[in-house]
Design a protein around this ligand. Structure first.
Ligand code: CA
Length: 224
């Protein structure tokens, strides 16, 4: 799960980042509206935490622009205490929820869980494609064909989720890098290749017939 934090109060942004990192969310943080919109346009986030009062472009303008561009990432708006018109306006413009400052970490996490879930609509325990199964809570890979199970590390599991989410379709390498390693990462192509090769070995180990096929100069696809 990857969350974008758009908040110009640096201390609050840092605190949010810390709470989310402790809960194993990946976060990107920006401090101004225009930059927030640019990051959000990448479409890689599971949720966006968006302050209302921001330099260069306010939160209302950001959410309006996103929805106009049909980017449906859930947005949680941060509003000042008791600013009821702000809450209503945010929701009217396409925000999914709002939270009034100050808020508790528990409240934030509860709301995020709901929003991240809403995006996928159903909470899945397992991703299933062909004979491949990925248990999401334990990051265990197995196959309906064999009886072995193998644990995937965090990046392997993220990459496997991407492949399982779009079987038989080419997943461009750039997209893999952004979604697994992050927007600002400088991960090289051969790191992606290394992870693909780990996954190939693990698929073979669990007895799956699925193949991760390299598509020259573009990316990878899962053939089942
Ligand atoms: Ca602000």
């Amino acid at each position: 799960m990857r969350i974008l934090i758009v908040e110009d109060e640096h201390r609050l942004a840092e605190a949010l980042g810390q709470i989310l990192t402790e809960q194993k969310y990946m976060t990107d943080m920006v401090h101004d509206g225009k930059e927030g919109l640019d990051y959000a346009r990448s479409g890689i986030y599971d949720c966006i935490i968006l302050d209302v009062m921001l330099p260069s472009m306010d939160g209302f303008e950001v959410v309006t622009a996103l929805r106009r561009e049909r980017i449906s990432t859930p947005v949680l708006m941060l509003t000042a205490r008791d600013a009821l018109p702000d809450k209503v306006r945010g929701l009217d413009l396409g925000a999914d929820d709002y939270m009034t400052k100050p808020f508790s970490p528990e409240e934030l996490l509860a709301r995020l869980r709901v929003l991240c879930r809403r995006k996928g609509e159903v909470v899945l325990d397992e991703l299933c494609v062909g004979d491949v199964r990925l248990a999401l809570a334990s990051s265990e890979l197995f196959s309906t064909v064999g009886d072995k199970r193998v644990h995937l590390n965090y990046k392997e599991a993220e990459l496997m989720r991407l492949l399982l989410g779009r079987p038989r379709m080419i997943l461009p390498k750039e997209e893999i890098i952004v979604k697994v390693w992050g927007y600002d990462s400088d991960v090289a192509d051969n790191t992606v290749e290394a992870y693909v090769s780990f996954l190939r070995k693990k698929l073979a180990f669990v007895g799956s017939r699925a193949q991760i096929v390299s598509v020259k100069k573009i990316g990878y696809k899962l053939e089942v």
